[in-house]
Design a protein around this ligand. Structure first.
Ligand code: GTP
Length: 631
């Protein structure tokens, strides 16, 4: 296929602005697909994606389009729709020369539209603005076109008004793709060079990678190598996507397709990596970086007997998602489990949901935390206590971690370490500076809510960076937040106080120094490691108080009084008391039926097995679940 007749493009949009609907319509018009109820939105495959209405894994399709007597090959590269996946978006975008930037003609520019625009703009792609849903009665394309001109500096006249649902003007979109987007600058005569922009795992065939050829050609039997992983593979199969796989003899420069080459794990096919012929090495394409997890949480089977089946489910899911990191972990109360790292909170929720739906697993997930950094101090000499002996149980307590850090400090004074488990947060005495990850949030809202939103942002330690009107009612605000402050409930608050109108999107913005403290939760003086948190020093009191109150409600009264305390170092900052009480299980038994009494006593003893002992306090296992569960 002549390279001049190839166009590679993506569709980018805010959630629900109609990306999948337009993709379906393009497939339908070019005759690749007849849209029926059951194959609607073929590009969003996974069940979770259907339910949440978001695209998680990129899907790709090649279309043929006839225009003025010529046949064009249009490669539609579908991108994930959420910021958690912005690295994947930026990689799939870099396989293209242009994008369709969809904006809902009723809702106008939203936070994610802005974030996605900049990804495409930075990659220097042709941007075609498309106003969708003009069939809606409240659509106001004039106003939205002015927003596009004001915010993106794109002339109004460049916008195409469509209704993806009705099919209005969709053919014009195809025409403009051919006219405005340049063909890829790839030559078949050059050595083979391809970008990996997606990969999935298939149980029978191994890893299937989606590639865009920047030069040369590739066919079955070729020996290829990956630039960053540095491994050699033999190509077993290549082909095009329509969007289902169609094997072909060869893929040529400018084309987009799939390849199977004996890779066993998706980790071997890192998104953004470059492939070339083993005998003809080329310079790697720019922009590669391994995906970095930013949200961590402990995950434990609801019942320890399910540990093995959960392990195999986690293994299978991570085969398909190389951006999840897995470390073994264990806890007194919750048993053996893992500490998992995700790209963001949505990524974590999608992962949990897939575990539950596809593998029928039931899990306890601890409160999410972000990767903090600490620079170990090098000046003072610190006396390390006795190192834990090997006879002690394998389970490490916070005290042991403290000792390990002391040793680390002595070996690595001045070094920077990353902490993903709050229980392992090093003490201030060995640290010269703590750092926390930051995000830049873009919020777009009707101006009535500005005051309330500013208060909310301030309450989450946000620092205002910019406020502009994008039309006469809507405001775009930029805030710098600590990631920790926005991962859990910020977005829900934002939505509820603005009646659902305000939208926010975040991008990572590096690390900043912060006065952080480790807060321990104590039951009658004994620390409950699973509930240890890292908080900003100014927030410790409120967070400690809230946690103590919740814990008080979850632990049943016992024979003695229980103190529930939050402490920073040796200082107690919050306290609740659970009053003493004795549950008399025999109270309901009148008369002398001894077997009935025995039964009840036995039942009580069994109930106790489900309790965990922390110091002298019996804590029901589900107390942890209720406290850890996010509201
Ligand atoms: P993500 O996959 O999450 O990015 O969402 P999306 O952008 O793909 O949105 P999708 O195509 O799923 O459309 C969202 C909703 O808008 C659906 O209910 C569509 O039926 C509806 N929709 C899409 N295009 C139009 C349109 O032109 N007019 C009207 N009235 N509704 C539309």
């Amino acid at each position: 296929f002549p390279v001049e007749n190839i166009r590679n493009f993506s569709i980018i949009a805010h959630v629900d602005h109609g990306k999948s609907t337009l993709a379906d319509r393009l497939l339908e018009i070019t005759g690749m697909w007849h849209v029926t109820e059951c194959n609607k939105q073929v590009l969003d495959k996974l069940q979770v994606e259907r339910e949440r209405g978001i695209t998680v894994k990129a899907q790709t399709a090649s279309l043929f389009y006839n225009h003025q007597g010529q046949t064009y090959l249009l490669n539609l590269i579908d991108t994930p729709g959420h910021v958690d996946f912005s690295y994947e978006v930026s990689r799939s975008i870099s396989a293209c020369q242009g994008v369709l930037l969809i904006v809902d003609a009723n809702q106008g520019i939203q936070a994610q539209t802005v974030a996605n625009f900049y990804l495409a703009f930075e990659a220097q792609l042709t941007i075609i603005p498309v106003l969708n849903k003009i069939d809606l009665k409240n659509a106001d394309p004039e106003r939205v076109e002015s927003q596009i001109e004001k915010v993106f500096d794109i002339p109004k006249e460049d916008c195409i008004r469509i209704s993806a649902k009705m099919g209005t003007n969709v053919d014009q979109v195809l025409e403009e793709i051919v006219k405005r987007i340049p063909p890829p600058a790839a030559r078949t005569e050059d050595p083979f060079k391809a970008l990996v922009f997606d990969s999935t795992f298939d149980h029978y065939r191994g890893v299937v990678t989606n590639i865009a050829l920047f030069g040369g050609q590739v066919s079955k039997g070729d020996r290829i190598m990956s630039a960053h992983m540095g491994k050699v593979y033999e190509v077993n199969e290549v082909g095009v996507l329509r969007p289902e796989e169609h094997p072909t003899d060869r893929l040529y420069a400018g084309q987009v397709g799939f390849m199977i080459a004996g890779m066993k794990e998706v980790k071997e096919a890192q998104i953004g990596d470059t492939l070339f012929h083993q005998k003809h090495p080329v310079e790697a394409l720019p922009g590669f970086k391994p995906a970095k997890p930013m949200v961590f949480a402990g995950m434990y089977p609801m019942d320890q007997s399910e540990y093995n089946s959960l392990r195999s489910a986690v293994e299978r899911l991570t085969l398909n998602d190389s951006s999840v990191t897995v470390q073994r972990d264990s806890s007194h109360a919750l048993g053996a489990g893992w500490r998992l790292g995700f790209l963001g909170l949505l990524h974590m929720e999608v992962f949990n949901q897939r575990l539950e739906q596809e593998y029928n697993a039931s899990v306890i997930v601890t409160a999410p935390t972000v990767p903090y950094k600490a620079i170990l101090s090098s000046a003072k000499l610190i006396k390390a206590g006795p190192v834990p002996s090997t006879e002690e149980p394998v389970h490490l307590t916070p005290k042991h971690f403290h000792l390990i850090f002391l040793i680390l400090y002595q070996e690595h004074g001045g070094k920077e370490i990353t902490i993903v488990n709050p229980a392992q947060f090093p003490d201030r005495s060995v640290v010269s500076e703590y750092l926390e990850p930051m995000v830049m949030g873009t919020i777009i809202t009707p101006d009535d809510f500005i005051g309330k939103i500013m208060t909310l942002c301030l309450g989450h330690r946000g620092v205002q960076k910019n406020v502009v009107y994008i039309d006469n009612q809507r405001v775009m605000m930029k805030y710098l937040f600590p990631l920790n402050e926005v991962i859990v409930d910020f977005y829900d608050h934002l939505k509820s106080l603005s009646s659902g109108y305000a939208r926010q999107d975040t991008v990572y913005a590096g690390y900043q120094p912060a006065e952080l403290v480790k807060m321990d939760i104590l039951l009658n003086g004994k620390s409950v490691e699973e509930l240890t948190m890292v908080v900003h020093k100014d927030r410790a009191y409120a967070a400690g108080k809230a946690l103590c109150e919740r814990l008080k409600d979850c632990i049943p009264r016992q024979l003695f009084e229980i103190a529930v305390q939050a402490a920073v170092g040796s200082k107690v900052i919050a306290r609740e008391t659970i009053k003493a009480y004795r549950k008399n299980v025999l109270a309901k038994c009148y008369g002398g039926d001894i077997t009935r009494k025995m039964k009840l006593l036995k039942k009580q003893a069994e109930g106790k097995k489900k309790m965990r002992r922390i110091g002298n306090v019996e804590v029901p296992k589900d107390a942890f679940i209720s406290v850890l569960k996010r509201k």
